[in-house]
Design a protein around this ligand. Structure first.
Ligand SMILES: Nc1ncnc2c1ncn2[C@@H]1O[C@H](COP(=O)(O)OP(=O)(O)OP(=O)(O)O)[C@@H](O)[C@H]1O
Ligand SMILES: [Mg+2]
Length: 280
């Protein structure tokens, strides 16, 4: 122990045996006018597997069940939520903070595309600015009486997902995979990240799992055989849903009409989320 020990390891650089590691708390305070009951992060280790689609469909499903639902679009450089919901308006604000934009069915959305003058303007910002913007979506936006907030994450385990997990009070994460990717490795990464951050994994969603042929009603595994069950078992996780490749889904996204999607693939997932809300 240093001769001048004042018991405050944070202000001391001595490398002594009694050193107590003090965990730095990076959590950010939610806007004081906001109220959010459950925050669910939608992640994957890879781009283009359907995070934004699953985020949108979960929000729509919970909204249909009568819950007030919101989406925080944390994908700053590739925001796709406003387009899927056909939102062209811009976010407004007051002296108290920013207001999310409501979709046609009443889902609250905040995305960088609702703040840019032209939604075709590229966001060419450095990492800390991007991460800071996501934090502001938590601290400076007024999220009124939200039951479920879904966070659409950018791909991977980089700067922004890290910021989200450290600064936002995420209750659980849903991992989206597709059959053709190196699922095992990607799920392992997500599990390790979640463990490091102390956030429970609610389960796995396999997207683009199969294609149901409209002519013979048979399922075809276009991207190969699924191993999702074995992987889930290995990590003691649940498989929440398997979504088919469905041209109607991509068309709905492209036309900004995801609120009209038809399909019951996420019904058991939504029941599970509902139970989590009732737990407290
Ligand atoms: N099950 C599906 N059936 C048909 N089209 C799909 C399906 N899932 C995703 N798509 C389409 O694939 C594209 C990629 O999906 P999405 O944008 O949700 O992926 P992402 O993981 O969010 O990508 P990024 O990493 O770029 O954010 C979109 O055009 C979407 O409409
Ligand atoms: Mg996306």
């Amino acid at each position: 122990m240093s001769e001048n020990c004042n018991q405050n390891c944070n202000s001391c650089s001595e490398d002594c045996a009694e050193r107590k590691e003090q965990k730095t708390d990076f959590s950010e305070k939610l806007h004081e006018m906001s109220s959010i009951k459950k925050v669910i992060g939608v992640v994957s280790g890879k781009g283009g597997v359907g995070k934004s689609l699953v985020t949108s469909m979960l929000a729509v499903t919970m909204n249909r069940m009568g819950y007030h639902t919101a989406i925080l679009d944390a994908d700053i450089t590739g925001p796709s939520i406003p387009k899927a919901f056909g939102i062209r308006g811009k976010a407004t604000g007051s002296e108290f903070g920013l207001f999310p934009v409501k979709t046609k069915t009443g889902i609250d959305i905040m995305s960088v595309n609702l703040l840019l003058e032209n939604d075709t303007d590229p966001v060419v910002w450095r990492g800390p600015i991007i991460a800071g913007t996501v934090k502001q979506f938590w601290t400076d936006v007024i999220w009124s009486d939200v039951d479920f907030m879904f966070i659409d994450m950018p791909p991977g385990t980089g700067d922004v997902p890290l910021t989200v997990f450290q600064s936002i009070a995420v209750d659980g994460i849903i991992v989206v995979t597709s059959p053709q990717e190196l699922v095992s490795m990607i799920v392992s990464k997500a599990v390790k990240m979640a463990e490091m951050m102390n956030i429970p994994i609610i389960g796995l969603v396999e997207n683009m799992s199969y294609f149901k042929c409209p002519d013979n009603d048979k399922d075809y595994q276009i991207f190969g055989e699924s191993h999702i069950e074995e992987i889930a078992e290995k990590h003691n996780l649940k498989v929440l849903a398997k979504l088919p490749i469905d041209p109607k889904i991509s068309a709905a996204c492209d036309k900004g009409m995801i609120e009209l999607f038809d399909g019951n693939w996420l019904d058991s997932t939504s029941k599970l989320l509902e139970e989590r809300l009732e737990e407290n």
